[in-house]
Every structure is written in C-alpha cells, then in structure tokens.
Write a protein that binds this ligand. Structure first.
Ligand code: GEK
Ligand code: PPY
Length: 243
C-alpha cells in the first residue's frame, strides 16, 4: 500500500495552531513518523522481539498511544506464548478508526482490543509487556509519575516496559547539537526548513521532552528493578525497564 505523503506544514497558510492527532495527521502518519523519528522502524521491529521474549502465557500486552497499531502488529507477529491479548489504547478517534482497519486486515489471530481512552485512565492488569512508543512525551508532565507507577503495579513480576521518547540533554551544547542533527535528518528525508520550523512551533508545549536522567529516576521511583537505554539516535531514545 502506498503511503500518503505528509505535507501538513509545507504551506505557510495551512500552519494553524497546536499540533493535534486529528484526521489529517492520521492520514499521513506512517510517512510522517518514518521521516521524522530516526530509528523508528528499528524500534518498532525490536519491540516485537522484546515482546516475544517477555510475553507470558495468559497475560496482556499493552500498546499505550498505539496510533495506527505499528507496535501492536510487531508484537502480534512475534508472540509465541499462548492465550495472550493485546490492548491498544489511544485518545485520538481518527487514529483508532484507521488502526482498527489495519489490524482487521492482518491475518494473525491473537485478540486485539482497541480502546479510545486517555492512557492515564486505563486499568493496566495482569500485563507482561507494556509499550509506550513516543507517547509519554504527550502526557502532561504532572501526570507522568502516576502513569509509570500504575504500569509497574499492573505488570507481572518478570514483565517489561518499553519506553521510547524524544529526549533533552542536560548539557546545553549537546542539546543544541542533537536538535540540529535531528533537523538535518528531517531535511535529508525531504522536509523543507519551513516545514521543520512550523511543526516545531506547533509541537511547543504539546510534546514536552525530558532528560534520560529524569526518565530513569521516575522508572526507579515507580518500583522497577532495572532499566537502561537499548537504542538511541540523536535526541530519540528507547529504554527497557524490568519489573
Ligand atoms: N493521554 C493520551 N492517552 C492516549 N493516547 C495518547 C495520549 N496522548 C497522546 N496519545 C496518542 O499517542 C500517539 C503518539 S504517536 C505514537 C506512535 C505509535 N506508538 C507508533 O509506534 O507508531 C508518537 C508521535 O506522533 O510522535 C498519538 O496517536 C496520540 O493520539
Ligand atoms: O517531527 C518531529 O519533530 C518530532 O519530534 C517527532 C514527531 C513525529 C510525529 C508526530 C509528532 C512528533
């Protein structure tokens, strides 16, 4: 299937207001995220391998902020444990409507429940794998401690959380360098300086990145026994946390 190209920020007249996961974004999302997030395809694919290793029989696997279900599909394709269910959660009805179509077209039979809800309100129960792939960065910072603590509480012992995020660097020079390298990555993927600047403005105070040290502290405070970065490219990183 050919992907619809993301031109949302190409025209100065069309750039209005804050970034939102509406129908226009849902339509171009696979192209947008692939051209905007270095390592995205690798992170999604490796999430499938992590799920294969950590899923336990009869447990639930959560994809929080599932968008079109990329991580859900990667986990579903790799699962070897019996009687698992995957629960995809997203608060964008436009994203979930498309996710439903994509998941129904997949011939794997592991059950997938899709919930249109705020991930902060969803019960996490009897989980072996919880994935937040570039989602916590959109949750208001004041809610983040409680979200990660509830995930830890809902995981079985031996379970895993995969947390992928845009991050900031404590050193101002490294921060500026990595932001610049990310913009170079977007330019190399065909985005113009105008598109990069307009999207950056739209994401201000909507996508709120934190440092890896902040994430590690929160994960430790929540009760996870171990955590570390398993992937990083510029200011995009993914951590695994073990219960
Ligand atoms: N509070 C919230 N509750 C539920 N969903 C939310 C919330 N806030 C934002 N979202 C949803 O989180 C998703 C973030 S995109 C995830 C990509 C996906 N994981 C992927 O691997 O393709 C990442 C990005 O676009 O940078 C969007 O679909 C939002 O609607
Ligand atoms: O495009 C960016 O600058 C990003 O930080 C990544 C991103 C990807 C998709 C939606 C929102 C942000």
């Amino acid at each position: 299937m050919s992907e619809t190209r993301d031109t949302i920020y190409a025209d100065p007249l069309r750039a209005t207001g804050l970034f939102a996961f509406d129908a226009k974004v849902a339509e171009v999302f696979p192209d947008m995220i692939q051209r905007s997030v270095p390592g995205y395809a690798t992170i999604v694919a490796m999430t499938g391998l992590l799920a294969q290793r950590y899923a336990s029989a009869g447990s639930r696997l959560y994809d929080l902020g599932c968008s079109l279900g990329a991580s859900t599909l990667a986990m579903r394709a790799n699962l070897e444990s019996s009687d698992c269910r995957i629960v995809g959660v997203d608060n964008s009805s436009a994203m979930l409507a498309r996710a439903r179509q994509i998941i129904d077209a997949d011939d794997n039979t592991t059950p997938v429940d899709l919930l249109c809800a705020d991930l902060a309100d969803v019960a996490i129960e009897d989980a072996s794998v919880v994935v937040l792939n570039f989602t916590l960065q959109f949750v208001p910072p004041a809610q983040r401690d409680a979200v990660i603590a509830r995930i830890c509480d809902g995981l079985r012992p031996g379970g895993i959380m995969v947390l992928s995020e845009k991050v900031i660097f404590e050193d101002a020079h490294l921060d500026a360098l990595n932001i610049d390298l990310h913009h170079e990555f977007k330019r190399a993927n065909g985005y113009s300086d105008l598109e990069i600047a307009q999207k950056r403005a739209a994401l201000e105070n909507v996508l709120v990145p934190e440092s890896l040290a902040r994430h590690r502290q929160r994960i430790s405070d929540a009760g996870f026994s171990a955590c570390d970065v398993w992937f990083q490219c510029f200011n995009f990183a993914s951590l695994i946390a073990l219960k």
